[in-house]
Design a protein around this ligand. Structure first.
Ligand code: PLP
Length: 401
C-alpha cells in the first residue's frame, strides 16, 4: 500500500507540496532535480552507505530487551539502537545524505535552523567532516536555553546566529534561515532536520532514514525468522519514525505506531500533540497538520523533550494517519520521564527523553499482547543530554547554580 500521490511528486494524499516564496522556487526545483538524479546513482549510494558504516557506525544493533520483556510479561521487545550512532542519535543518517547531495550540487556552505540544537550539532559535524562552511540559525531564547549545544556547534567550526525577530524561537529561526537561503542559494544548501518542509525534503529524509527499518527487517529475520507485529517510534517532525516504518509500509500485518509529545496533557495548552489536537495548515513550506489558532497562526508548543516540541509533523505522517496505515498516540511528560527511569533500571540504557515517549507506549502495549508477538521500538537517541533536566523534574539539584 502506498499513499504517495504518483501524479504529483511530493504529495502525500493532499499533504506535502511546495509552499515557498517565489524567490526560492527555482532553487528548490534544482534540489529536487538533483535528488531525482542522484538517488539511484550507484556512486552516490555507495558513498552514502560507506559513510554510514565507517563514520556513523552502522548498522545499529537490534537488541532483544530480555529484562523488559520478562518484566512486562507479554510481547517480545526488541530495541533498534540509533542511540549508538556517532553523535548519539538518528539525525546523522539524514545529514550525511543531504550534505553529500549538497557537495554533488557544487555547494560549499551548509545552513540549518535548530530548536534544541541537536540538528545544528549534526549539521556542524558533517560540515566539519566535509570541510564545508556552516551557519546555524537559532532563536535567541533557544541559544540561551541550550548554551552547551551552541558551544558544541562552535567547537565544530560553525557560526551560530541568534535570531532576535518574532518570539525568538524555532519558527523565527526557520524564517531567518529561509531568508539567508533566498539570498545565498548560489553556494548554499539548506539541510532540513526532519521529514518536513517543501518537496523534496520529506522524500529525501524518508529515503535517508529508511536505513533504520531496512536493517531492522533483516536483523529480525535473522534472529526470529519473521516480521515484527508492531513498530513503535517517537515523532517530532517524524524522521526517525518514518525511517523506522519505511520498510514495513507494504506489510499490512505490521502495526505502525508513532508517539507524540503530549507535554502536560492533551487537555492543557502545554502540549505538542499535533496529531491529537492539530488541524490542516501551511507552514515551513508544506501542507500538513499543525497546532495553530483559528487565524492559522502557529501555536507555541511545549514538551519536556526539546526534540519533540515542533508545532507540526511531516506530511507523510499526516497522510499515514488519515489513511489509517499508522496510528499516533500522545504520551505525557510524566509517562516519558517514568519510561526514562524504567529503561535505565531494566536494561542499563539511558535513552533520550524523546525516545522514551516510544518506550512509554511499549510499557502500555506489551502486557496486553501474547508472548508470541514481537514489538520493535526505536531508541532514536541517547539520553546523556537529558540527565540534568530529568533530575530537575524530580526536584534533584545537581549543581550549585
Ligand atoms: C530530533 C530528535 C527527535 C525528533 O525528531 P524526528 O524527526 O521526529 O525523529 C527524536 N529523538 C531524538 C533523539 C532527536 O534528536
Amino acid at each position: 500500500m502506498t499513499i504517495t500521490n504518483e501524479t504529483t511528486p511530493g504529495r502525500y494524499l493532499d499533504y506535502g507540496g511546495q509552499y515557498l516564496p517565489e524567490l526560492l522556487m527555482p532553487e528548490i526545483q534544482r534540489v529536487a532535480a538533483a535528488y531525482a538524479h542522484y538517488k539511484d546513482d550507484p556512486a552516490f549510494r555507495r558513498e552514502f552507505h560507506t559513510l554510514l558504516e565507517e563514520y556513523a557506525g552502522r548498522p545499529s544493533l537490534l537488541y532483544y530487551a530480555k529484562n523488559m520483556t520478562a518484566d512486562l510479561g507479554g510481547a517480545q521487545i526488541y530495541l533498534k539502537r540509533e542511540d549508538l550512532n556517532h553523535t548519539g542519535a538518528h539525525k546523522i543518517n539524514n545529514v550525511i545524505g543531504q550534505a553529500l547531495l549538497a557537495k554533488r550540487m557544487g555547494k560549499t556552505r551548509l545552513i540549518a535552523e535548530t530548536g534544541a540544537g541537536q540538528h545544528g550539532v549534526a549539521t556542524a559535524t558533517i560540515a566539519a567532516l566535509f570541510g564545508m562552511a556552516c551557519e546555524i540559525f537559532m532563536g535567541r531564547l533557544d541559544t540561551e536555553r541550550q548554551r552547551l549545544n551552541v558551544y558544541r556547534m562552535e567547537l565544530l567550526g560553525a557560526k551560530v546566529h541568534a535570531v532576535t525577530t518574532g518570539s525568538m524561537v524555532l519558527k523565527d529561526a526557520v524564517n531567518a534561515a529561509l531568508q539567508d537561503y533566498a539570498a545565498r542559494s548560489h553556494d548554499t544548501f539548506y539541510v532540513m532536520g526532519s521529514a518536513v518542509g517543501p518537496h523534496p525534503f520529506p522524500v529525501m529524509v524518508h529515503d535517508f532514514q529508511s536505513v533504520i527499518s531496512t536493517e531492522s527487517k533483516a536483523q529480525l529475520q535473522t534472529v526470529a525468522g519473521q516480521l515484527p507485529d508492531y513498530v513503535i517510534a517517537c515523532v517530532g517532525g517524524g524522521s526517525n519514525a518514518i525511517g523506522s516504518f519505511a520498510a514495513y509500509l507494504e506489510d499490512p500485518t505490521v502495526h505502525l505506531i508513532g508517539c507524540e509529545a503530549a507535554g502536560k496533557g492533551v487537555t492543557t495548552s502545554q502540549t505538542a500533540a499535533t496529531m491529537a489536537l492539530g488541524s490542516t495548515g501551511i507552514f515551513h513550506g508544506m501542507k500538513s497538520r499543525f497546532l495553530q489558532n483559528a487565524d492559522g497562526q502557529i501555536d507555541a508548543v511545549y514538551s519536556i523533550s526539546a526534540g519533540l516540541d515542533y508545532p507540526g509533523i511531516g506530511p507523510e505522517h499526516a497522510a499515514l494517519m488519515d489513511s489509517g496505515r499508522a496510528q499516533y498516540v500522545p504520551i505525557t511528560d510524566d509517562e516519558a520521564v517514568a519510561a526514562f527511569e524504567y529503561i535505565a533500571k531494566q536494561e542499563g540504557i539511558i535513552a533520550a527523553i524523546e525516545s522514551c515517549h516510544a518506550v512509554a507506549a511499549v510499557q502500555k502495549l506489551a502486557p496486553t499482547l501474547p508472548k508470541s508477538q514481537i514489538i520493535i521500538c526505536t531508541l532514536s537517541g541517547r539520553g546523556d543530554k537529558d540527565v540534568a533536566a530529568i533530575a530537575k523534574y524530580r526536584g534533584i539539584q545537581l549543581s550549585e547554580d
